[in-house]
Ligand binder design. Structure first.
Ligand code: FES
Length: 569
């Protein structure tokens, strides 16, 4: 038999008789056709979430098989187990509500079942964050394997990739530039292979972040889902998990203040998704790590955008992989990184980056001195409209709209927005500021509704961008002059709740400010009349509503976050 507390003997079921529990467990394990020889090996859990409601995880069974192959080859026993699956576009009201539920599923199933280490396989937007949040809390040695991005499709001689091109063509359709027949053709050509969205959206950004954190094997973040190298990476991940089971390194040794800063720095250089700020904050929060908005802005101002991919630039994830991937970017950032950070391989980031770099395509991954942009893509804003902060993706915005004051055109919520945005009688001009309320974590589960459509009468007149602000999120594949994650949100009684049509709002990217130009006494008077909405009555919605934190705290549930770590910067 294995040692007490390891392998199959880990965490025995409570019957009041440990020997009986061990004997019964071994009997049931043998009923699955596992030999007694294999039952003595270290056990590697493989957390999977395939679902026919999750296109991004279509190849997960093949990946799990390849991981298991690697585990067996290295002398471990693979045990695959399911968790819930979050297919981004198949969930109502929004996948974000369920990220925390999945994290609880992952945490509890890792902790409850007998595994010495675990490989978590994920891809679609909320999956990797949920898995890392759960694994960080469970404390068992973990390696992340991502499913990899889709390949692009083709339409009339140009490449298409979900979902930046989804939005671009939808914008053309709304503006009357393409007809019904063409938008249907595009619909069938946007997402043609297995994998996650083909641009540097949330899924790809989070995949790259896992590599920068050191919790995924080097070079694995960007391999396309359908590339045979991804199966090889899965096999190697399985082998590495066995090494990790034999010489344990726990998530809190890898996800540290320093590695989280490295990950934020990579995020800036990628021009990555605004959602990654929320997710990385939530992952770090599980280990008591917090990066302040001021530190975020310092990192952003010091870190150039080096990667020329959509939605900020031109290329797709397949180009990024061929260009050198995360390793090439980290080498450019080397002098700004904390190099002593430990990785799942037991080596440091310095040791990784000391290995010779391969060929790098400088059209896609720029050298530090010839960046796409000299400053990072994302910043935190503050001001009386967002006392708790807000996020702005300057890399994806229109510079001529960086210093503006405009009239508020207010939508009270998502239904109001849908009902009136295309109303030909809507009183709106191109220099107005569109304001969406009640789309934050409490108000609506924080959907990706921050990319408010340009009112169709303005779109048809050729308006491509205008300032839009909300407490919502925005898809990592979207672009525009858009202020997001305003905190406190309207549904929590933040100042956003009392903005009225015609109020003046000022955005200053240089000052990192978002201001409601209304007298403070009038703001206080309006807030004193604000009435919260009732909570849901039952189920997970009730738990979520009672416990969800605001965006600057990662939108985690308050009882899942760890107390601040004293080593925080
Ligand atoms: Fe899954 Fe885009 S729909 S990553």
């Amino acid at each position: 038999m294995t040692n007490e507390g390891q392998g199959l003997d880990r965490g025995l079921t409570n019957y009041g008789d440990r020997d009986f529990a061990r004997y019964l467990r071994r009997s049931m394990a043998r009923s699955m056709g596992v030999s007694t020889e294999l039952l003595e090996r270290p056990i590697i859990g493989i957390a999977t979430s395939p679902s026919q409601f999750n296109n991004c995880h279509r190849y997960m069974p093949q990946l799990a098989e390849a991981v298991a192959r690697g585990v067996l080859a290295a002398g471990g026993l693979p045990r695959e187990f399911p968790t819930i699956s979050l297919g981004e576009v198949f969930l109502n009201p929004t996948s974000m509500v369920f990220r925390n539920l999945m994290s609880m599923d992952v945490e509890e199933m890792i902790r409850a079942q007998p595994m010495d280490a675990v490989v978590v396989i994920g891809g679609c937007d909320k999956t990797v964050p949920a898995q890392l949040m759960g694994a960080a809390s469970a404390g068992r040695p973990v390696i992340q394997l991502v499913t990899g991005p889709m390949m692009t499709g083709r339409h009339k001689g140009e490449r298409l990739g979900a979902c930046t091109d989804c939005r671009r063509f939808w914008g053309k359709f709304r503006a009357g530039e393409i007809d019904d027949e063409e938008i249907q053709q595009v619909e069938g050509r946007l997402a043609t292979t297995a994998g996650t969205c083909a641009v540097m959206g949330t899924a790809s950004t989070m995949a790259c972040i896992t590599e920068a954190l050191g919790i995924a094997l080097p070079g694995t973040a960007a391999i396309p889902a359908v590339d045979s190298q991804r199966l090889v990476a899965a096999e190697e991940t399985g082998k590495a998990a066995v090494r990790l089971a034999r010489s344990p390194i726990t998530p809190n040794q890898i996800i540290t203040q320093e590695s989280v800063e490295n990950a934020f720095r990579l995020l800036m250089s990628l021009g990555g998704s605004t959602n990654a700020i929320v997710h990385l904050t939530a992952i770090a929060g599980r280990l008591g790590i917090r990066i302040s908005p001021e530190r975020l802005n310092e990192i952003s101002d010091e870190t150039p955008v080096l990667v020329d991919l959509k939605p900020v630039g031109e290329g797709y994830m397949e180009d990024f992989h061929a260009a050198g991937g995360v390793g090439a970017v980290l080498r450019e950032l080397r002098h700004l990184l904390h190099l002593d950070c430990l990785t799942v391989e037991g080596t440091t980031l310095r040791e990784r980056l000391d290995c010779p770099a391969g060929w790098v395509d400088r059209k896609v991954i720029r050298a530090f001195d010839t960046p796409v942009s000299k400053i990072g893509g994302l910043i935190s804003l503050s001001g009386n409209l967002a006392p708790g902060g807000a996020i702005f993706k300057r890399a994806a915005a229109t510079p001529s709209l960086f210093e503006v004051e405009g009239r508020a055109v207010v939508f009270e919520g998502l239904e109001d927005l849908a009902a009136r945005i295309d109303d030909p009688t809507l009183d709106v001009n191109a220099d107005d500021i569109l304001v969406l309320k009640n789309a934050g974590p409490l108000g609506a589960g924080m959907p990706e509704a921050g990319y408010l459509p340009i009112p169709s009468k303005l779109a048809r007149a050729g308006v491509k961008d205008m300032v839009r602000i909300s407490d919502a999120r925005m898809s990592g594949t979207a672009y525009g002059t858009i202020v997001l994650h305003i905190a406190p949100e309207a549904a929590a009684g933040g100042p956003l709740a009392i903005v009225r049509n015609g109020d003046r709002i000022r955005l200053s990217v240089s000052e990192k400010r978002i201001e409601l130009l209304v007298d403070e006494a009038e703001i206080a008077r309006r807030l004193s009349n604000w009435v919260p909405r009732p909570s849901p009555e039952r189920g997970y919605a009730r738990l979520y509503h009672r416990s969800v934190l605001q965006a600057p705290d990662g939108c985690d549930l308050d009882f899942l976050v760890s107390a601040p770590n004293n080593s925080n910067v």
